[in-house]
Design a protein around this ligand. Structure first.
Ligand code: DGJ
Length: 736
């Protein structure tokens, strides 16, 4: 619900458990007041003002009223150059060289809908939106702020549109999406760092004085940092404390800045990274920033995550696959790498179909002259030496086995040894007359150019319409360098990073609307573009190139803070694992991969009979648990930032009727006493029957006992013989 009190000039946005409040202050600035627990209909105007501090200037409109400074005022949209020295959202260079916009409140509207953002990902669905226009007192530059309220999830979607009404061109040196100013600073910042094959590791750090900047300048959101941060009370745990999530719906360069200031306040900003960004806005033009989703929880990190999970499942992912049951797949990458032909693929598909697997995904290597990773990216034409008879014939053979067929592409890339490069050597990102940086033997296509996108589109369209494809994996295996485009003059090259990702979004939108029945899965060398922007286009993303079940515990744990399990691509792979060399029980690999969009990535024809039986059981179990895992509430039961020995997590149905508890050991120790697990999401007074992985009844307890007293995790030695190393246990709970 959105309220505006004319008299006090206070805006209040109310959600199920939270209130977001801002006001137009005595000098006409839009001041942030509160985002947190509900205010009982009250208003905090005047209670939190910081007052005077020397060396904090008063704006012109305040004259010599030094009790007022933008430097000490909580902002809704911070601006550089006019007396607020903290992290800005907006930095503008006017035609006269001036850089000091003075943004005052101008007007507001309340809309009964969620506006779409042209060319950009955005939340959708039923909601109210507050639109506030700010206007520069000197030049008429306008900033239009949008606040869409997703009340059920305590979420506010925010973005800003910069409108040039100055009568002359301006350039934007920074145009971020959101500023969240807190009037105190006893907080931790949680962010998600990593590297290739080890993404989204949780780091929690106190916010001190100065800035913490979490960002990417790689042209993709990246493996290294994720465009999602959480600010929380220092004492916040899974079940208690205030937490604020700031999640960016964007897949390119981003910057999240968290600053502790001189007044003991804290500011978090999120938006397009100003590094490498420089945007010319002609008079009358506007620039729409991407959207950020703010979520509040006063009940700890677990509730915050569950709110994001539901919000993204229901109001971000689109299309028929957003809610439809995803097929269990077999991907041939770790099974064959580049070494396959149609017969090999069909033999894998045949075994897979006998075991209950539903779809074969043909990964890298089916096109052009692609026998290794040195060549052929850009030549999206089937290699009939490998796929003899072409895609239609392969698809028919796979379909005849009762299996669907999926295909891998890497649309944004080009190999120098490719027909596409030979025909258009100027289509890659490069600066004429200079050398290029190579990564994985490939260059990056200039996706900002329409003719490049059209050419890639036409090749992909041709392939995808040639057979009955059910799935596409959209990969991206290197970051951007030599960022220069022939389509822009020298002084506008700073637009290219953003135009690149807009081009990628446009191509995705085009193909996905042409092939609405195809399930698209995102990928970037694993989880290098695992962000809320991509989830608007693909409801699932390959989580990491690290398929080791033990390493996946930490990767999937970190991912769960901001993203739903229905988005997490996860496969059972061969052992010794191809990334770590580790051998884990087949059962453990199944339990871990099941907490994601389940599949296999190994040569099923080489499995032992016992392992084949296990595949059958796992597929059956996944189907049985599907709605619980994908629509249920997710609970992290142990803090992996404090110990990595054992991981435990639970899915509980929203109504508490069923739950599944997963426990996986990463280390075996002697004389080890396993931790007590407090289950969550159960009906306190009801009784639950608990059964183990073998279907044996363990006992019956009330929900209250299981939640409040808890149950001790099994010991690794409780696993079947030979499986105590990296043992996994899965318990099902049924309300009686
Ligand atoms: C990186 C992906 O993450 C892998 O799953 C696989 O598709 C390879 N690329 C293929 O080149």
């Amino acid at each position: 619900m959105i309220r505006y009190d004319e008299k006090s000039r206070v805006f209040t946005l109310e959600t199920a458990h939270a209130a977001y409040q801002m006001s137009v202050d005595r000098y006409g600035y839009l001041k942030h007041q509160h985002f947190g627990d509900k205010l009982g209909g009250g208003c905090c105007e005047g209670l939190l003002d910081a007052g005077f501090m020397s060396f904090s200037p008063a704006p012109d409109v305040a004259g010599r009223d030094y009790t007022y400074s933008l430097d000490l005022t909580a902002q809704e949209y911070s601006v550089s150059g006019a007396g607020d020295y903290r992290s800005p959202c907006l930095a503008v260079n006017f035609a006269d060289g001036g850089r000091n916009p003075d943004l005052a409140y101008a007007s507001y509207r309340i809309l009964d809908e969620k506006p779409a953002l042209e060319g950009l990902p955005a939340l959708h669905g039923e909601c109210e939106t507050l639109e506030i226009t700010l206007r520069d007192r000197w030049t008429n530059l306008e900033v239009v702020l949008l606040y869409s309220v997703f009340a059920e999830y305590d979420a506010i979607a925010r973005s800003a549109k910069i409108v040039n009404r100055t009568g002359a061109p301006i350039t934007l040196d920074a145009a971020l999406s959101v500023c969240l100013d807190m009037q105190e600073n006893d907080f931790d910042l949680i962010h998600f760092w990593g590297r290739h094959a080890m993404e989204r590791l949780v780091e929690r750090t106190p916010v001190a004085h100065g800035k913490i900047c979490i960002d990417s300048v790689r042209g993709a959101s990246s493996h290294q940092h994720n465009p999602f941060v959480i600010l929380c009370d220092r004492t916040a745990t899974e079940d208690a404390g205030r937490c604020w999530g700031v999640s960016f719906l964007y897949s390119g360069n981003f910057a999240a800045c968290c600053e502790g200031d001189q007044a003991g306040c804290c500011r978090v900003t999120m938006g397009i990274n100003p590094t490498g960004f420089h945007w010319l806005l002609e008079d009358g033009e506007s620039f729409q920033t991407p959207e950020a989703a703010l979520v509040y929880s006063g009940e700890g990190l677990g509730a915050l995550s569950r709110r994001y999970h539901k919000l993204y499942r229901r109001n971000l992912c689109r299309g028929e696959w957003a809610r439809k049951q995803r097929p269990v797949l077999i991907n041939n990458w770790e099974a064959t790498y580049f070494d396959f032909d149609d017969d090999k693929l069909v033999s894998i598909a045949k075994t897979a179909s006998e075991l209950g697997v539903e779809m074969l995904v043909v990964d890298d290597g089916w096109f052009g002259n692609r026998f290794d990773d040195n060549r052929a990216l850009g030549d999206w034409i089937v290699n009939t030496e490998k796929v003899r008879g072409g895609m239609k014939s392969l698809c028919d053979r796979v379909n005849a086995l009762g299996m669907k067929l999926g295909l891998w592409f890497e649309p944004e890339m080009i190999s120098e040894d490719s027909d596409l490069y030979r025909a258009h050597p100027d289509w890659c990102l490069h600066v004429p007359g200079r050398g290029v940086c190579r990564g994985r033997n490939q260059l990056v296509l200039d996706m900002s150019r329409k003719e490049v996108r059209d050419a890639v589109h036409d090749m992909m369209y041709e392939v995808l319409s040639s057979a009955n494809f059910a799935y596409v994996k959209w990969d991206m295996n290197r970051h951007l360098t030599d960022v220069w485009t022939a389509s822009l003059p020298a002084d506008r090259q700073g637009e290219l990073y953003h135009r690149f990702i807009l081009g990628v979004y446009e191509l995705l939108e085009r193909l996905e609307s042409e092939f609405p029945h195809i399930l698209f899965e995102g990928c970037s060398g694993g989880g290098g573009r695992f962000d809320a922007g991509m989830l608007y286009y693909h409801p699932q993303i390959w989580c990491s190139d690290d398929t080791d079940a033990v390493e996946r515990l930490e990767i999937q744990y970190g991912t769960s803070f901001g993203y739903p399990v229905s988005a997490v691509g996860s496969h059972v792979s061969a052992c010794p694992n191809h990334q770590t060399g580790r051998t884990t029980p087949f059962h453990t690999r199944g339990v871990v991969a099941m907490s994601g969009t389940f599949g296999y990535e190994l040569d099923l024809t080489k499995l032992t009979d016992r392992e084949k039986e296990q595949v059958k059981e796992q597929v059956k179990q996944y189907h049985k648990l599907y709605s619980l895992i994908n629509d249920g509430d997710y609970y992290r039961l142990l803090d992996m930032t404090r110990q990595q020995e054992v991981s435990a997590w639970e899915f509980a149905a929203e109504d508490g009727a069923r739950a599944v508890l997963n426990v996986v050991y990463a280390h075996v120790r002697t004389n080890y006493i396993p931790p007590v697990l407090h289950l969550r999401g159960l009906t306190p007074d009801a009784s639950y029957r608990v059964t183990d992985d073998s279907g044996n009844e363990v006992g019956t307890w009330t929900g209250a006992v299981l939640m409040h007293a808890g149950m001790r995790a099994p010991r690794p030695s409780d696993a079947p013989a030979g499986e105590s190393d990296y043992a996994a246990f899965q318990f099902e709970l049924e309300r009686l």
